[in-house]
Design a binder for this molecule. Sequence first.
Ligand code: SAH
Length: 232
Amino acid sequence: MKKIGIIGAMELEVEELKGKMVIRRRVEKASMEFLEGKLNNTEVVIVRSGIGKVNAAICAQILCDCFKVTHIINTGVAGSLKNEINIGDIVVSTDVLHHDVDVRVFGYPLGEVPQMGCLAFPADERLTQLAVSSCKEVNPEIAAYKGRIVSGDQFVSDKQVKEEIVSSFQGFCVEMEGASIAHAAYLNHVPFVIIRAISDKADDSAKMDYPSFEKAAAAHSAKLVEHMLPAI
Ligand code: SAH
């Protein structure tokens, strides 16, 4: 039977989903509260991981080990890396990588974790497609893009840093957890997708934009996740 692990880094990314679910069990592990139950007629475990790659990786591993989830979805907000992708729009992952890994000195491409055998972790194609089509149904006024998502332990709010990331990785958006969730899902052979709504443009305006738009953006992404669940 399918059981979907849903991770949001911050409370505002999962609070609406938690409010709508029927909770059967609460489990605390690694200082994170895992809520198991049903959402939109689907078996789910919803959790706030905390911000950054380490919290996200710990959280995803617990979902695999202790809850035996069959799929993982990460919902949240991100900074846009493309001019045409605006605040409020949605990016759904095709693949995901760590933009802050650099072992080029031993011949690895920038972003590749040594000895993993891949630069980017491929998202599940069916989940990606489903997220994009669900967005058209549930958020018809919002554009949904399919593309690479890049993550690092860094809030990108500087035009030059943004440009370097764009030219190195051709990402569609940047955030701080997706690659770790993808990495853990990849190692555990669990299909995953990262869904992010844009809260800022990851440039010098991000410090101003992010606080104004994070709540609405997080809600767009969560609404889409809720809608796609029964079709997984
Ligand atoms: N306001 C929070 C910190 C948020 S950090 C506090 O004060 O505690 C930003 C969060 O949103 C991360 O979870 C990250 O995944 C995402 N994010 C949004 N825009 C981003 C950007 N420009 N660069 C990196 N992460 C971004």
